[in-house]
Every structure is written in C-alpha cells, then in structure tokens.
Design a protein around this ligand. Structure first.
Ligand code: PNS
Length: 168
C-alpha cells in the first residue's frame, strides 16, 4: 500500500449537471483515478443562464447515486465563484471534460478568466471518451422532450425522472 499523501490532491469537477449524463460519469470516474479526492460541485446559482429543469437537490441526488461506488468522490453545491469554491475546498485543480471545438472556445475563455482571478488553481481537461463526445445534458433534455429514448445516455433513475418532469 502506498503511504497516504501528506496533502491530498483534491479536484473539483464543476458543472450544472442538469441532469448528469454518462459523459459526466465518465469524466468523474477518470478524475477519481488521478486525484485523491474529487468533489463534484453542482452550480446552484439561480441568476445564471436559464432556469434548470431539476432542483440542485435533485441534481445532487442523481450524481450521488451514479457515483456511489467511487469512494473518493463526494457531491456538493456551490453558488460562489468557482475559483473561490475550489480554494475553500482545498482543491488545487478544476477538472472539466472537453468534447468539441465549441467546448474549447468556451473553456479557453473561462480558463483565462479563472487564471486572472486565481493563478494558484490549475484547470485540467479530460478529453471526452469517443462514445460520449456527442452527449450533453441539453441534448438529452431535447430528445426526452420529444419522447426519444435516453436510456443509454443517462442513469436509469434520471431517464425515469426526465420522463416525469417533461410530462408535467
Ligand atoms: O457548462 P456548465 O456545466 O453550466 O458550467 C458551469 C461552470 C461553473 C463550470 C462554468 O460556468 C464555469 O467554469 N464558470 C466559471 C465562472 C464562475 O465562477 N461562475 C460562477 C458559478 S456559481
């Protein structure tokens, strides 16, 4: 057994997760193999972008059950600047998944802004696994809205709750 690190390497995996998809689970799982501890930070800021379909509590519940088998992953919410949240959690790294060029442009801007605010926090990008490179929460919601099958894109419970939520 390797010795316990004196200062555990902690990473925050931030996002809206509205809802979590298998693409997110893939990135979180891979981050958990690299870092001692991974905190999945769910954005809970109502001022941001459009209203989310699921409440922060629901989104946390979905993530917790999808990652329950990973002992070094925990789920939390935040409503402050991401870099301030990372610092508060003792995280030196922010981990995000990257799918396409469009992600790159947005993430580059976020990266520069975050570095401007906090150059002690490094952002790390994991390339999406090919089978998930097309997958997004908004795409899943769109498919579900029109009655399409999302059972191979999100955990079972999420697929079920999407059906219920969109039927309302
Ligand atoms: O694409 P997402 O999932 O909505 O991303 C959310 C997040 C927080 C990862 C992204 O907006 C980001 O990197 N924001 C940095 C700026 C910040 O700190 N915003 C405040 C969020 S409460």
């Amino acid at each position: 057994m390797p010795p316990e690190p004196e200062h555990p390497h902690i990473a925050v995996c931030p996002g809206s997760y509205d809802p979590i998809t298998f693409g997110h689970v893939d990135v979180i799982t891979r981050a958990a193999e690299i870092f001692d501890e991974v905190i999945v930070g769910v954005v809970n800021a109502s001022v941001r972008k459009s209203r989310s379909l699921f409440s922060a509590e629901e989104r946390v519940e979905f993530i917790a059950s999808a990652t329950g088998h990973l002992p070094n992953v925990r789920v939390d919410t935040f409503d402050i600047l991401l870099v301030d949240y990372a610092r508060r959690m003792g995280a030196k790294a922010i981990v995000k998944g990257l799918r396409a060029i469009s992600d790159f442009e947005y993430e580059l801007e976020m990266n520069q802004l975050n570095r401007h605010l906090a150059d002690d926090i490094e952002s790390v990008y994991l390339m999406a696994s090919p089978q998930y490179s097309f997958l997004s929460s908004s795409g899943v919601k769109e498919i579900a809205t029109f009655g399409g099958d999302v059972s191979d894109l999100v955990p079972d419970e999420v697929a079920r709750r999407l059906k219920e939520a969109l039927a309302r």
